[in-house]
Design a protein around this ligand. Structure first.
Ligand code: SF4
Length: 489
């Protein structure tokens, strides 16, 4: 297999990343439909309320939480500043332990590497544990399509991901992939898979899933995982899970493949103590997840378990283009999902409205950056800029600030359109000029008079109606504040 060192993408030709192939256009339409879906709303509310309450309780009980947050930010900052060096160190450490390392510039490269590996190994069954990186590049679909002759059976083994896969659905939350499904729907999906009507109770459904998945674990030729963290110093891959599936994926099949975004690196083993303490608390409100796994290369002589062949794929897919830019902080994300849970937009729409693997505030930031600003142009506006996401983020990523910068970038690149640009220019001129401001106020009050007779107008006519699609038109006061002030209020 080819092994190549990372290219510094800041010095190379600007290339459009591949992967993220789902259409992300149309957030506004999907969001409008989602807010009317009461069942979805109940499911999202239940999950996010529980997660926020749990997070607050465990973080309030951790006096050093603010200091950990600060340290997490500094570690990520230092890592990104020297990413090339740390990646090289990671690759050397893994190869030194007998593992294979592949630097994948694009999602396409990842698919090709794993497909070729599956062909070489004569693989039939691939088990996977939860991995956002592979969701991002739609690995399952692309392997099934591009390597159709291998007739691969690719099985998600995280319970939520498996149910989503069986339903032909996609995850709607980084941590709770099927939070949008209620028990009735889950029972339907699993009953269809079982070929019999299963009772809608957690124990029966869980027991069926365990039996069915165990067959796949034992039959697997290759196990694929993501990585919550990769330690450059030792070449260790750390994964945190709440189900035992991760361990079965890494230790039963003869081949273990890790697909890791290059930003998941931390320099030293001791850095994990900062992130592991923050991740579970922020994501699920646990002090620690049930399983914290460390895998360092293939099984060594004398070891009882582990894969005989170990492959680490370090995936770029557009990430290195953010290094050294005003958006670099987006790479500090540890995918805990806390910003989704507190976001007033996500809490109304759920994750599918975003049309991307990554939803909520972090999705609204990284999807346009990885996918391209034009296609995902609605997403930076899917925020009230209240800053709740930044407060919740265990790494202190100023998401609201990044969203504002993205909006500014859209204006600079002409993505927002001429009409919107002219409207804001007109607004700016009006606000700067007191006489013009007074005249516009008078004109507005006059214009609303005939409409007000038929009740308070809620929408604007013609193309201006787009602005009032998602908000009520505020009624202008009969007298402006300046006049009330003169009259002594
Ligand atoms: S941006 Fe922060 S809060 Fe949101 S998923 Fe990433 S680490 Fe968690």
């Amino acid at each position: 297999m080819e092994t190549k060192k990372p290219a510094n993408r800041r010095e190379t030709e600007d290339r459009r990343p591949e992967g993220l192939t789902s259409p992300v256009e149309g957030f506004n339409d999907r969001a409008r439909r989602a807010v009317r879906d009461e069942e979805l709303h109940d499911s999202v509310e239940l999950f996010t309320n529980k997660s926020v309450a749990g997070r607050n309780a465990v973080l309030n009980a951790l006096p050093e939480a603010p200091e950990l947050r600060e340290r997490a930010y500094r570690i990520k900052q230092e890592t990104m500043a020297n990413l090339d060096r740390h990646l090289g160190q990671m690759a050397d450490a893994v190869e030194g332990r007998g593992g294979n390392v592949f630097f994948a510039e694009t999602g396409e490269d990842v698919v090709r590497y794993i497909g070729d590996l599956a062909r070489r190994r004569g693989a039939k069954v691939i088990t996977k544990s939860k991995s956002m990186a592979t969701e991002e590049i739609e690995l399952n679909r692309r392997l099934e399509e591009d390597y159709a002759d291998l007739d691969l059976e690719i099985v998600e083994t995280d319970l939520g991901e498996w149910i989503a896969q069986l339903a032909g659905d996609t995850p709607s939350h980084i941590v709770g992939p099927i939070l949008h499904m209620n028990r009735r729907r889950i029972t339907e999906v699993l009953s269809e898979t079982a070929g019999e009507r299963l009772p809608p109770d957690v124990e029966a459904l869980g027991s069926f899933a365990r039996r069915r998945l165990r067959e796949k674990f034992l039959a697997a030729d290759i196990g694929i995982t993501g990585a919550n963290f990769g330690v450059a110093q030792t070449g260790t891959i750390a994964t945190v899970t709440n189900e035992g599936n991760g361990r079965l994926v890494t230790s039963v099949p003869p081949v273990h493949v890790v697909v890791m975004g290059i930003e998941k690196l931390v320099p030293r083993f001791e850095d994990l103590s900062v992130f592991v303490r923050l991740l579970a608390r922020s994501g699920t409100g646990q002090k620690l997840t049930v399983y914290t796994n460390f895998v360092t290369g293939p099984r060594a002589p004398g070891e009882l378990d582990g894969a005989e062949e170990f492959h680490l794929i370090l995936m770029d897919n557009g990430r290195s283009e953010l290094l050294g830019t005003p958006f670099e902080e987006a790479l500090y994300c540890i995918r805990c999902g806390a910003c989704l849970n507190v976001c007033p937009v996500y809490r109304q729409t759920g994750g599918h409205a975003y049309g991307s693997t990554y939803s909520g505030p972090i999705g609204a930031v990284i999807t346009p950056l990885l996918k391209g600003g034009k296609e995902a142009k609605d997403l930076p506006h899917a925020s009230s800029l209240c800053g709740a996401c930044w407060e919740a983020c265990p790494v202190g990523i100023p998401l609201h600030d990044l969203l504002l910068k993205l909006r500014n970038k859209q204006v600079q690149e002409g993505i927002t359109g001429r009409a919107q640009g002219l409207a804001f220019k007109g607004f700016e001129n009006t606000m700067k000029n007191p006489a013009l401001y007074r005249i516009s106020g008078k004109a507005g009050r006059l214009a609303q008079r005939p409409l007000a007779k038929a009740g308070a107008p809620k929408t604007l006519p013609g193309p201006l109606g787009a602005w009032t699609n998602s908000r009520d038109l505020p009624k202008l006061a009969p007298k402006p504040f300046s006049q009330l002030w003169k009259e002594g209020i």
